[in-house]
Design a protein around this ligand. Sequence first.
Ligand SMILES: Nc1nc2c(ncn2[C@@H]2O[C@H](COP(=O)(O)OP(=O)(O)O)[C@@H](O)[C@H]2O)c(=O)[nH]1
Ligand SMILES: [Mg+2]
Length: 261
Amino acid sequence: MPVLTNPEPATVSLIPNETPVFVGLPEDPVVSIVLATYNEREHIANTINAIFAAMPVSTEVIVVDDNSPDETWRLAQELRHPRVKVIRRVGTRGLASAFNRGIIESRGKYVGWMDADMCMPPVMLPAMLDRLETVDVVIGSRYVEGAKDDRAPLRVYSSRLINGLATLVLGYGIRDYDSGFVLLRRSVFDSVTIIPTGYGAYFMEFIYNCCRKGLIVYEMPYTFRDRAVGVSKSAPNVFRFALTGSQYVARIFAARLRRID
Ligand SMILES: Nc1nc2c(ncn2[C@@H]2O[C@H](COP(=O)(O)OP(=O)(O)O)[C@@H](O)[C@H]2O)c(=O)[nH]1
Ligand SMILES: [Mg+2]
């Protein structure tokens, strides 16, 4: 019988057409940050480097890329960072399912996720981590006191409108229900899971369910900077923008009506 020298097996992808992910390091990181990407070649390296530069504890970054035509996944792989895991999904798209996939692969005691377009500042992460000593979930928030949303007025106005509706219908005083920038204790997933369908609206239902389960959710203010390059996937044109908006409204009411155990 051969002696097993490496007790930690390589992570093997079981999904056809998917690039194998990297072989894990011996000890688990303290923090896992999941990045969902689609055509972010201008931002991916900066985002990853900024996360590692900011974090005071061992951190892994999990990139879940939906086979971007601009080969964002390749740039992430080429960093050859032992704490960067790249999952290239082929034949599927979706923001909520991408984050969910990354969370499933993550091993940190604390798990977070954010956009990879440098709109959300990685320098916030250490303060968010500190806060997790006393709360379960920290949301990076654009709409509490001290925060700022630096996008074009139409985007800010519509986002505030959606969030206002969510605050009204879902309650709990959350101001930025669709933030999409979060760090939380892994134990949160013992009682709440992401419903992995659709684009950004999954986040509202996730936070609402955290509140319903009695978890402590804290909103930390930050300044959201509009993307400097690349296009927004949620609002590339006015029609997609309107469609995304109506999906948010439907999801707010669906979340309110859906029963949880
Ligand atoms: N994996 C994956 N990531 C996506 C998809 N659509 C958008 N993203 C990523 O999700 C984040 C937010 O998308 P973005 O285009 O900035 O939308 P916006 O912030 O609502 O304008 C970015 O990091 C995108 O690269 C997708 O279909 N799959
Ligand atoms: Mg964005």
